[in-house]
Design a protein around this ligand. Structure first.
Ligand code: FES
Ligand SMILES: [Fe+2]
Length: 362
């Protein structure tokens, strides 16, 4: 008769890392979510905080953001008492108060007042589940879990050129919601072949659509591109003050997975920087945050910049929301390519190297 093998002779199962639970109804492939959840993404405009809690969604996780004195708290948007969203509550002193039974949450998401039982001890289970919060470029950034490679430059908040430089004006445009995947949106931002077709009411020139050759250069966070062309960057209707034959340099910095900036070199030392921070709410919804820095036209009201920026991204939004498939194909055989797509090719290659699925966010 066979005896069961002694415990020590059983094959050892590999130790699997402890992965956090996915959010309810997660719209991402589990492995893609686990990679994405390690990166910083913006979830709110800092100046909009303070009057009351703000609700947000990041990677399908519902969040509440509130001010507590000088600090900002990002937490699950769920009261630990009876599950009411805290974003329905109100700002109260150095924290927020739940709309249902009035529990108060202060610094660090700690519950510090239970109106129904004010004299009883407060169990730690009433504290909120919080996430790190950082303020940069006028935005509140967070990440859902600690990165596996904390020292990797990509694990840091992306860098925006010139934001802190003297002489530069800092502008925070209102966010724009897009019914599409962040990867598709970001790829559109770095695409240089669509200006003369999509941006016809803002800055594109239908008579100047040839894309001169350019070369993406890989770096630790993604890649950069110097794109030189004769396409001007003045709004349509504004007379060009560039000298005849001026070559426009557009310098792109891509920080994988979903952030990029463009620095437009105007004549002389004038510079315009637009940062495209595509925050993935779900695999089909993106909130676009867009800090801008510039060292010219400082007398023009920022509302005019907000409006022009909104119109440019609105032109893009219509295209991104119509693209099929909705996911971003990282397998090069799934879409056809042209030579002008070098940035798109570098982008998809970089994402693939990070381990995302060949059909990213299917
Ligand atoms: S559900 Fe929030 S206080 Fe009861
Ligand atoms: Fe565009």
């Amino acid at each position: 008769m066979d005896h069961p093998p002694a415990e020590s002779s059983l094959p050892q199962l590999p130790q699997l890392p402890q992965l956090p639970q996915l959010p309810q109804n997660c719209s991402f492939d589990a492995s893609d979510w686990h990679i994405l959840s390690q990166f910083w993404f913006p979830v709110a405009i800092a100046a909009e905080l303070g009057h009351g809690p703000i609700g947000a969604v990041l990677l399908d996780q519902k969040l509440v953001i509130y001010r507590s004195g000088e600090t900002i708290v990002v937490a699950d948007d769920l009261c630990p008492h009876r599950g009411v969203p805290l974003s329905m509550g109100s700002q109260d002193g150095d924290g927020i108060r739940c709309i249902y039974h009035g529990l108060h949450f202060g610094p660090g998401g700690k519950c510090d007042h239970v109106p129904a039982n004010p004299d009883m001890g407060i169990p730690p289970r009433l504290n909120l589940k919080t996430y790190p919060a950082a303020q940069k470029y006028g935005l509140v950034w967070t990440r859902l879990r600690a990165p596996e490679a904390p020292d990797h430059p990509r694990s840091a908040i992306p860098t925006m050129p010139h934001w802190d430089d003297p002489g530069f004006q800092q502008i925070n445009c209102p966010s724009i919601d897009i019914g599409g995947f962040a990867g598709r949106q970001l790829e559109g931002f770095i695409d240089v072949a669509h200006f003369g077709f999509v941006h016809l009411t803002t800055f594109g020139d239908p008579n100047n659509t040839v894309v001169p050759s350019y070369v993406p250069v890989t770096n630790e966070v993604g890649f950069s591109v110097d794109y030189r062309s004769s396409v001007a960057n003045y709004p349509i209707g504004v007379e060009s003050s560039a000298p005849e034959g001026f070559v426009w340099l557009r310098h792109f910095e891509v920080h994988l997975p979903f952030t990029a900036s463009i620095t437009v070199h105007f004549p002389g030392e004038a510079r315009l920087v637009v940062m495209n921070c595509a925050s993935p709410m779900t695999s089909r919804q993106t909130r676009l945050f867009c800090p801008i820095a510039r060292n010219f036209d400082l007398h023009i009201p920022v509302e005019a910049v907000h409006e022009f920026n909104r119109r440019v991204f609105e032109e893009d939004r219509l295209v991104v929301e119509a693209q099929k498939p909705e996911f971003l194909p990282l397998d090069p055989t799934l879409e056809a390519h042209i030579s002008a797509d070098r940035s798109s090719f570098a982008y998809r290659k970089g994402l693939r190297a990070m381990g995302f699925s060949p059909i990213f966010a299917a």
